[in-house]
Design a protein around this ligand. Structure first.
Ligand code: LMR
Length: 394
């Protein structure tokens, strides 16, 4: 039967990881996959996670199954981290998932169970895997305008106009903070306008929250999610712990469904358990347990927040340094947006040819749409990148 299978088109981000690994040049710069790196180019195990894992190793007496939606303490701690006081616990269903991707996948499946004819509105551009999963599930996508190429900011007017076309039963997929791939995010007024459009259309928001703490801080980055979930009847939230806890390979995430009607929320909770059972039975536990310990132990939590804040401010500093270098070398302010963007990524606005030139002539690896992972830089490589960008004619 395997003869009926053909090769799959490569995932652009994963393909770039391999291209970079195969490049023998010592001076190569990796701005590809969205993985945080420190100044030494290392993706560290965060201190608090290391301490929690040590304690787990010492204290854990069994690896027996937990429950279909994971450890209740993990769900409680994650709801508190993401939603704060925005909604009380009976208003939120939650299940642990294998990473943020698992949460995204389960959210789409849940939405399709609720409405087989749904459409999912996606920002243009969005994380390529959103589109890939939706295509795999046979769900129709409707792109909405998002990024203004000329200013490298959010095209709020275009976005709101396109979202007005959504209907009840549709999903509107939003990036809660640190938009991937552009780095451009709606301001407070635009978020309020988005809530109004969602309310008028009756479409259901789905928020992908993969970078809480990487933008303007833990509470600020959750602000739009809290606003939406507390203002509208129903909200899906796909949360990743990969980046802000640095537990990438442990596959740690959660899918939450917030709703004003607690009976419906209870029914959703059942459906989350059902969906987990169909797809993988029990979600991974190790990363979730370490995250729970970090979130609930005051000392570990303080240390985690401090390290996360160091990471966030480090990326902000790199953004400012790159914008300043480019200002000096290009003799213009046209790259000032780099310091305004938030999170790991910025879309530089280079053509595919310029991206290729950056890779081939300068050993600079960024995704084909010119998405750069700012955390791939350090103080020494910022001027080298700025020079390469100018030389590549961007
Ligand atoms: C990215 O966008 O680079 C990350 O979210 C990693 C991934 O899985 O694509």
């Amino acid at each position: 039967m395997f003869e009926t299978l053909s090769q799959q088109p490569p995932d652009k981000i994963i393909e770039l990881m391999k291209l970079y690994a195969d490049d023998p040049r010592a001076e190569k710069i990796d701005l590809g996959v969205g993985v945080y790196k420190n100044a030494e180019g290392v993706t560290p195990v965060m201190r608090a996670i290391k301490a929690a894992e040590k304690r787990l190793w010492e204290e854990q007496t069994t690896k027996s199954y937990v429950g279909l939606t994971g450890d209740p303490a993990f769900n409680d701690a994650m709801i508190d981290l993401v939603l704060g006081d925005a909604l009380s616990r009976p208003h939120v269903a939650s299940a642990a998932t294998p990473g943020g991707t698992g949460a995204v996948r389960q959210a789409f499946e849940l939405a399709r169970m609720a409405n087989p004819g749904l459409r999912v509105f996606v920002s243009d551009p969005t994380w390529p895997n959103h589109l890939s999963i939706l295509k795999h599930l046979g769900i129709e996508t409707v792109p909405y305008r998002y990024f203004d190429d000329a200013t490298c900011t959010v095209d709020s007017e275009g976005m709101l106009a396109d979202l007005e076309r959504a209907r009840p039963g549709d999903i509107v997929l939003l990036h809660g903070c640190c938009h991937n791939p552009t780095g451009a995010n709606p301001g407070a007024a635009a978020w309020r306008d988005i809530v109004s459009v969602l309310r008028t259309t009756g479409a259901t928001p789905m928020i992908d929250l993969a970078y809480q703490g990487f933008g303007d801080g833990l509470a600020a980055d959750a602000g739009p999610t809290r606003l939406i979930a507390s203002s509208l009847p129903e909200t899906l939230i796909a949360v990743s712990c990969s980046k802000n806890f640095g537990v990438y390979r442990e596959r740690t995430g959660a899918l939450m469904a917030a709703g004003q009607d607690t009976d419906r929320v209870a029914a959703v909770q059942d459906n989350l358990a059902y969906l987990n059972r169909q797809n993988y039975s029990f979600p991974p536990d190790h990363g979730a347990r370490a995250v729970t310990m970090v979130l609930t132990d005051p000392e570990l939590r303080a240390d985690w927040e401090a390290e996360l804040e160091e990471m966030r401010t480090g990326m902000l500093h790199l953004r400012e340094a790159l914008a300043a270098e480019l200002r000096a070398r290009a003799g213009s302010d046209r790259f000032a947006f780099l310091a305004e963007h938030r999170g790991m990524f910025s879309r530089l606005g280079a053509t595919p040819e310029q991206v290729q030139r950056l890779r081939e002539d300068h050993g600079v690896y960024m995704v084909g749409d010119s998405r750069m992972n700012i955390a791939g830089l350090n103080e020494a490589t910022v001027p080298i990148l700025a020079e390469a960008i100018v030389r590549a004619g961007v």
